[in-house]
Write a protein that binds this ligand. Sequence first.
Ligand SMILES: Nc1nc2c(ncn2[C@@H]2O[C@H](COP(=O)(O)OP(=O)(O)OP(=O)(O)O)[C@@H](O)[C@H]2O)c(=O)[nH]1
Ligand SMILES: [Mg+2]
Ligand SMILES: [Zn+2]
Length: 358
Amino acid sequence: MNKYQKLLDLGLRERTIQEFEEGYEDSFLGRVSIEHKGHYKVVGEKGEVSAHISGKLGYVASGKADYPAVGDWVVLDRTDDRQGEAVIQAILSRHSVFSRKAAGKTSEEQIVAANVDTVFICMALNNDFNLRRLERYIGLAWDSGATPVVILTKTDLCDDLEAKQAAVEEVALYIDVLAVSAVTEDGLEEVRAIIRPGDTIAFIGSSGIGKSTLINSLLGEERLAVKGLRNDDKGRHTTTHRELILLPQGGLVIDTPGMREIQIYNTDLESSFRDIEELALQCKFSDCTHESEPQCAVRSGIKRGELSEERLNSYRKLKQELIYIEDKKSMSAKQMEQKKIIRMVGSLDGMKKAKKRR
Ligand SMILES: Nc1nc2c(ncn2[C@@H]2O[C@H](COP(=O)(O)OP(=O)(O)OP(=O)(O)O)[C@@H](O)[C@H]2O)c(=O)[nH]1
Ligand SMILES: [Mg+2]
Ligand SMILES: [Zn+2]
């Protein structure tokens, strides 16, 4: 038996094994399953342990993204926490990262889940249904390095399923779209069928749309707390932290709290708006804004009914937002650089003083 068998079931890949074996002797490998205010649960070969990060890891971290996230492969100093919490000594390279802009005014990246193969973008077919928001999620998902799949939930509450599905398919180019009901279990087998053993799937979407309920259905048990029937669709988030869970049939799912504001951090406009970008290549002017320029292929596309005005608008909005975030990012990069220089100068001064003292 492969000595990593248990970890392979948890999604371990060859390149991570290599990185671990080349860099860390006498340490242990595990995957972060829960993160809660600086405390972590990490699953390893011998089960789950509580852990916190080493002082060194905290010292070199310059932002949220440098801390372990759910889904990360980490190096631990021990395999059990009977003598106190284990210590996370390092985070191994992430092969994909699903992130968003942290809430608030900063341009800081917040990692929702690491080492994700597939992102289930969940959207309910009742009052949550919003194609413009879906476009944003799709952009985020492509950019993460994972493959997006759209999961439409609560089909039992929708009486124009086909029309809604068709509308989604126009926005979700080159992406699978599945529809499911946790109540009737329609579509559940189709969802199950696309989850392969060893694959990691992050469930994202607004609060109250049935992410945790769907995971419970896949698990075949009421493991995760779901919102009571009485306060459906309103109020507080039911899921409060991200959690990685192994499914009995193989495959891993990450439940996440619903996102209130989805702001983009990076988004791959080229993949999510491939239709517009391809049309734009045929515009007469390479810097065409598709407003009123002559021989604009995008406007002709709209005239022909291949593209909707709303879609062009949300493309424009996202592009604007992206420019804004890029500006902020380069600003904070500059600030970081300055801080570094100040620190370096500071320590040079310190060295000089130390020399003088000698
Ligand atoms: N009618 C119907 N109700 C559903 C379905 N799936 C979930 N619900 C209900 O929707 C409510 C919210 O479900 P949750 O699973 O807690 O939603 P969530 O997306 O995990 O929400 P957060 O944890 O807050 O992000 C619960 O009352 C569920 O019973 C469905 O397919 N049909
Ligand atoms: Mg939930
Ligand atoms: Zn144009």
